[in-house]
Design a protein around this ligand. Structure first.
Ligand SMILES: [Zn+2]
Length: 204
């Protein structure tokens, strides 16, 4: 019997106020792993925020904004931009992603379903965008939209427990003697389902 956790993509960002932090809050709320590289000292518009950003798994890049933007662009399979384009932050991100040879999408040009499809194929997704002072309410917009999108990613990625009527996420895979894979939320549901199947076989 093998035990296996179905992997969701990791969501990273640079930790700035605004879009970056909105994405981190949404990802944590939806049960996704979070992380990313922050500027030296975990610097944000609201001052140094090591406690907040470390709670999301961010690390201190020891670099300035552009340096940490490059690291995040390089680490991710895909970067999604939230907010206005043409800002210095946008230009730096656009350049970093292109130099890293990775995929770059504008959230404003894609529907939720398109973003779900793209995110699902990735191991690591970098969310970047405007800081709150440039685009007030971008934190809330990014948080709300990413919550919706990540909820759909989760629904499409997760395998449900095979025990009849159970809606929980399966975390245990069992290979049956005939080579099929059965997935269950718990050892109890695995054993209960096996008993039902054995019982049905005996009736035949
Ligand atoms: Zn179950």
């Amino acid at each position: 019997m093998t035990q296996h956790r179905f992997a969701l993509p990791k969501i990273i960002s640079g930790g700035q106020s605004g879009a970056d932090q909105g994405a981190l809050f949404a990802a944590r709320e939806m049960g996704f792993e979070t992380g990313g590289w922050a500027p030296r000292g975990f610097f944000t518009e609201n001052g140094y925020q090591p406690a907040l950003l470390e709670s999301f798994g961010l690390k201190d890049s020891q670099l300035d904004y552009i340096g940490r933007t490059k690291l995040n662009a390089k680490e991710a399979d895909l970067t999604i931009w939230f907010g206005k384009t043409g800002t210095p932050g946008f230009n730096a991100t656009n350049k970093a992603v292109r130099e890293a040879g990775k995929k770059f999408l504008l959230a404003s040009e894609h529907c939720d379903r398109c973003l779900v499809t793209e995110i699902k194929t990735c191991g690591i997704v970098n969310i970047a965008g405007n800081r709150e002072s440039i685009n007030p309410s971008i934190f809330q917009y990014t948080k709300d939209r990413m919550t919706r999108v990540l909820r759909m990613v989760k629904e499409k990625t997760m395998t449900k427990c095979m025990f009849p009527g159970c809606e929980k996420e399966a975390t245990i895979n069992v290979t049956t003697p005939d080579g099929k894979t059965h997935s269950y939320c718990s050892i109890d549901h695995m054993n209960d389902h096996r008993n039902i199947l054995v019982h049905e076989l005996m009736k035949k």
